[in-house]
Design a protein around this ligand. Structure first.
Ligand SMILES: C[S@@+](CC[C@H](N)C(=O)[O-])C[C@H]1O[C@@H](n2cnc3c(N)ncnc32)[C@H](O)[C@@H]1O
Length: 184
């Protein structure tokens, strides 16, 4: 149930700190309920209760599959920009497999890094951190140059979630393709 990767990450100092700050400050009854979901819950329930490692990937991948299904699409392509040693990409593959079982939607997974290109069966949740540099600057430039395509924070994500203190809730952005046939 708890694989070695999850255990290793859980006992890293910053991760433990996050568990204490983000999770133990949530209402007790929700944490008790989460224990039951952890033991007996479905993949969907575990995603809803933030029990899947890299919650931002889990939520985003499942969300993409559910939207695809809603629009009658059979497959979704997910991409990680900046794969490094591949830990995140492998995590995405595993989540994609579970999301696929849960929704019936197929995944193609791609990962890119400087100078290297991996192709595997697997989405990326964009996690912007600093205003006016890095990812946020890139998003700002993209939005300025694209009149019909905009990247923006996931509106009202917090109000849809059970656990509201999680850091990742502020780091998920959506791409709005206003010139797509489904939106016109
Ligand atoms: C923090 S690491 C990524 C960790 C990985 N996503 C994970 O979850 O395990 C950032 C990676 O982004 C890559 N990177 C930075 N700028 C890039 C660019 N312009 N194109 C592709 N990869 C880039 C770096 O080489 C580095 O491997």
């Amino acid at each position: 149930m708890l694989d070695r990767y999850v255990l290793r990450r859980l006992f890293q100092r910053d991760k433990l700190q996050r568990v204490f700050v983000e999770r133990l400050t949530e209402p007790l009854h929700l944490n008790v309920l989460a224990a039951f979901v952890w033991l007996f819950g479905s993949f969907r329930m575990k995603v809803a209760f933030d029990l899947v490692a890299r919650q931002q990937y889990a939520f985003s991948i499942l969300h993409a599959a559910e939207r695809a299904k809603e629009f009658g699409k059979k497959g979704v392509t997910i991409v990680e920009f900046g794969v490094a040693s591949g830990a995140g990409l492998l995590n995405m593959c595993k989540i994609a497999e579970n999301a696929s079982k849960s929704t019936g939607v197929e995944f193609r997974v791609f990962g890119f890094d400087t100078g290297l290109v991996y192709r595997r069966r697997t989405i990326t949740a964009i996690t912007p951190r600093r205003p006016w540099t890095g990812e946020l600057l890139a998003i700002h430039e993209f939005n300025r140059e694209q009149p019909a395509r905009k990247i923006a924070p996931f509106t009202m994500l917090r109000s849809r979630r059970i656990f509201k203190s999680a850091r990742w809730l502020d780091q998920v952005f959506l791409a709005h393709i206003h010139d797509h046939e489904l939106r016109s």
